[in-house]
Design a binder for this molecule. Sequence first.
Ligand SMILES: NC(=O)c1ccc[n+]([C@@H]2O[C@H](COP(=O)([O-])OP(=O)(O)OC[C@H]3O[C@@H](n4cnc5c(N)ncnc54)[C@H](OP(=O)(O)O)[C@@H]3O)[C@@H](O)[C@H]2O)c1
Length: 274
Amino acid sequence: MSRRMKITLLGATGRLGSAIGRAILDAPDMELAGAVVRLGSAAAGQDIGAWLGGEPIGRRADVTLEDALGEADVVIDASLPAMTVAAAEYLAERNGTPLVSGVTGFDAEQAARLDAVSRRVPLLTADNFSLGVAIAEALVRHAARLPAEDWDIEIEESHHRMKADAPSGTALMLGRAAAETRGERLEEVASWARHGHTGPRKPGTIGFAVTRGGAIVGEHAVRLVAEMEEIAITHRAFDRAIFARGALAAARWIDNGGQARPAGHYSMQDVVAG
Ligand SMILES: NC(=O)c1ccc[n+]([C@@H]2O[C@H](COP(=O)([O-])OP(=O)(O)OC[C@H]3O[C@@H](n4cnc5c(N)ncnc54)[C@H](OP(=O)(O)O)[C@@H]3O)[C@@H](O)[C@H]2O)c1
């Protein structure tokens, strides 16, 4: 029988984590080898497969990575920043098992610790696991090479009415991709909102516009507008399952058929580059 990749999942009871857990249970080339949940979680000690709404798989959810790691080929993380950093440092000390994390919102200190650990562990972090968004980012990097004096960049995003932050992390990531390509820092060229007598558009800025309503899963458009033409790079998410699918693709990429990638800090750009 062909090899099945063993995955240990962190944050298995969360919205993203449970979607990834179900996708692993459905994937013929993968096996859910362990799961870590918070101490005191109702899932602790329960069979993971049954907890995720499937058949029992004979593996119970643990409260430490030490107990859940077993023979995992890859650890997938959908928990929260402090847990991600602790897990990455543990893996660096222990055996260098690759880590794929979809967690967002690291502060500067946590980001620096992750960068340091990536010298000893293959680490892939993704603010957005969608393969479509990763391709959109690559297209933005390409298009933003057009001269800034002729091409105005505007980023529009729409999400459901419950979303608490704006612009979305993905809109910021796309803005950063455009700004970096132009040799700028997004914070210095961003125009976050417009209201009242704004005067003409300042050359070289990157404008943002945000819509919140109903149940929109997520829409992003990067528009490059010149005097006589426009390029629009648009991504629309119809189903949150794209995040789980992308997380599994990232795990397969970093596992590399059992010959894990060398230590380093990777992104979804590496996954879509092949
Ligand atoms: N990359 C992407 O595509 C993508 C997509 C969606 C979300 N996200 C990000 O993924 C992260 C999780 O989002 P979510 O919406 O799934 O949040 P959530 O529902 O709050 O899930 C977080 C999970 O982590 C668990 N957890 C927290 N601390 C832990 C610890 N110390 N030990 C073990 N488990 C711990 C939580 O357990 P309890 O439930 O017991 O507290 C919960 O199950 C966020 O950073 C979010 O921004 C990324």
